[in-house]
Design a protein around this ligand. Sequence first.
Ligand SMILES: [Zn+2]
Length: 367
Amino acid sequence: MTASDCLEISVLGRGYGESIVLHVPALGWIVVDSFLTEAGSPAALEYIKSQGGDLDQVVGIVATHWHDDHIQGISDLLKNCRAAQFSLPIALQGKQFRAIAYEAARVGTNETSSGAAELLASLRVIKGSDRVPNWVTEGQIIHRTVFSLAGRAHRFELEALSPSKKDVDAFLLHVAAQTLAPSNDAFRIPEFTENDISMAAWGRISGQFFLLGADLEERKQADRGWNNVLARLAPLGEQAGYYKIAHHGAKSGHSQRVWSELCVTDPVATIAPWTKGGKAIPTEADCRRIQALTSRAYVTTRNPLRKPQRMASVVEGKIRSMNAGLRAHPSEVGRITATLDVTPASPAWRVELHGRACELGDYSPAA
Ligand SMILES: [Zn+2]
């Protein structure tokens, strides 16, 4: 087995910000969402470089939605990774959204508007490099490849599970209603707090499956959010051995059926915590719920409300000894890397923790 025989999924986080880096045999790198390190560069870019990765081998960059904690640095990634296809939810092509993004870029004040400005900057990079964005909706295969390994043919697929048609329609209605609201003649920037158009994804590789939950939420309606995903996916009987838990482990992203029907028993589960205004997700109640569902849950950030300190020298030393020449990752970024060797008859996930990452049992949402 070599590293290139393995599927690798790395979740990066620093307490606010989530980025997932996939390395797929015979295909290359795929980056899902982005955040900036303290030094102001995309954490995913730093990670790929630290692994000696070739940026021309980054085949895909995915923006699951336009919230600040998922999109900062996406335009920089697109600039640096010129061969990458840019995939984003279809609702973000609406005329209403373009108007909002334009205004947001001009004003650029609050959290959502800076997310919109980053998205606008990304679309400009794409246009300037003669690429066309891949506007995604449920059921679309974002990336696919077939490769030969150990004398056997293997297949990889990454499929978008959301947004559903109804999710998109509801989002556009929300945008239209807010955009049209009169507000002292001034253009009013709508506030979006919901994650209705968030793009979750399902991965298939050699009979194994993984689920990237984005910030997708549980909705009452059958044709929206997780219910819509379940209606389409559950009958296939595929079950993920790896789940990047939806919406940072918050209750709003929780669907019991996702765990019972779309995941194997005791799956590897990962979370990039979210913090704001002295609050942290997952909360203690979220942790209890998740720990009852799997014994193999991990977070990128042990104490998200505590200021990052220099990585303990013992940890840095350990990382260096594990991979001589590997540059230690910036101390504030935690990384959970799950690896699946696809060549054995029964592949099993292996997990490595770096920087501030830890098991969910060692995580603390208190300051
Ligand atoms: Zn988020």
